[in-house]
Design a protein around this ligand. Structure first.
Ligand code: SF4
Length: 94
């Protein structure tokens, strides 16, 4: 898929911009937002240079998407069979 079409899939909901932890092979979302996420607009404040502006931010690729880092209703995971959506850390570890 061309870069522009790939980028347009994003709905800019910001839900993937919360810290995640990987534990025993599963990805969990925390309630800690990335410090570069504007919580009002839900937009990344360093989006165009996020790789350098926010060390640790990874660019989405089809292979990465399949690892289960995006919420199950994200357009990028549509159609992936048995998609391993992240779990909510607080719900799983009260
Ligand atoms: S969860 Fe999906 S739609 Fe929402 S910001 Fe992340 S990539 Fe975009």
């Amino acid at each position: 898929m061309e870069t522009e079409a790939w980028e347009k899939l994003c709905r800019r909901c910001g839900r993937c911009c919360y810290e995640k932890v990987e534990f025993e092979g599963r990805v969990y979302y925390t309630d800690v937002p990335c410090e570069k996420l504007d919580l009002e607009t839900r937009l990344c404040t360093v989006y165009d240079f996020r790789s350098s502006g926010r060390p640790g931010c990874v660019l989405l690729t089809p292979d990465l998407v399949r690892r289960g880092i995006l919420p199950c209703d994200c357009p990028y995971v549509e159609g992936i069979q048995e998609y391993p959506a992240p779990l909510d850390w607080d719900e799983e570890n009260p």
